[in-house]
Write a new protein. Structure first.
Length: 251
């Protein structure tokens, strides 16, 4: 590791990745944002899914101040973050064949909806099957993943394929295999993961694109406001009332 504090070096690494994504993924980001806008304009619903830490970026765009009210979390019990005990169970469930199909079959998704699937490695059965089954149901699928894993690891799905192979649009987070940006002679393993920073930024860039694309078509983007600003709750109640049939995180 070169000169600079570990904090400085992490920030440098994260900023470098964000710059790469900004420059190299501009086209798919625009395409993904327009796909979400197309879906909203056509009366479709929006869903996001991620397993383990990938779920953090999915949750960041659901029921979010400044975000689209129509983005719903497609939750799989036991794999949403690390709230299950033991946490290792979540990793094991990602490799279970058939789980994605059962989740989709009992979820509100339908043909014409859009689903964002976030998986850093894209190699486990759950995200691969989620994409395959969702497209079979008539959903458009946006994958957010590190394409590097497909060339440097093997798939854990029976088909031998990765998430990126079953998406309408793929956003590459550029994260290196192993998701650790720093090394130090005194520490035996690489450390300081940046996937959450980069993936969350990718997701917010797509959402911003979608909101602007809706506005360009003369459609007011169904955005939520912070409940901690005056008038926020009233604003949100109006949006949720207007789009209640497409919001599934409230009763």
């Amino acid at each position: 590791m070169s000169d600079g504090t570990p904090a400085d070096l992490f920030f440098d690494a994260a900023i470098g990745l964000l710059q790469r994504v900004r420059e190299e993924e501009a086209e798919p980001i625009a395409a993904a944002g327009n796909l979400l806008a197309d879906t909203v304009a056509a009366g479709g619903r929006l869903f996001a899914f991620g397993a383990g830490h990938s779920c953090l970026a999915a949750q960041d765009v659901v029921y979010r101040a400044g975000g689209l009210a129509l983005m719903n979390l497609l939750a799989v019990p036991g794999v949403v973050g690390v709230d299950v005990t033991p946490a290792t169970l979540g990793s094991a469930l990602e490799r279970v064949d058939g789980l994605a199909g059962a989740v989709l079959d009992t979820s509100p998704v339908r043909s014409g909806d859009a689903l964002v699937i976030i998986s850093l490695s894209g190699r486990n059965a759950l995200p691969v099957e989620m994409a395959v089954n969702a497209r079979a149901l008539g959903l458009k699928v946006i994958g957010v993943t590190s394409v590097a894993y497909a060339s440097q690891t093997t798939s854990r799905h029976s088909s031998g394929t990765f998430l990126k192979d079953h998406c309408d649009i793929v956003l590459d987070s550029k994260i290196a295999v192993g998701d650790a940006e720093l090394t130090l002679d005194t520490i035996p393993a690489p450390f300081a993961p940046a996937s959450t920073v980069v993936t969350a930024a990718l997701m917010q860039a797509v959402m911003a694109t979608a909101a602007a694309a809706l506005a360009d078509r003369g459609i007011e983007p169904p955005l939520l406001r912070s409940g901690n600003v005056d008038g926020g709750h009233e604003w949100n109640r109006r949006v949720m009332r207007e789009y209640g049939d497409r919001i599934f995180y409230r009763h």
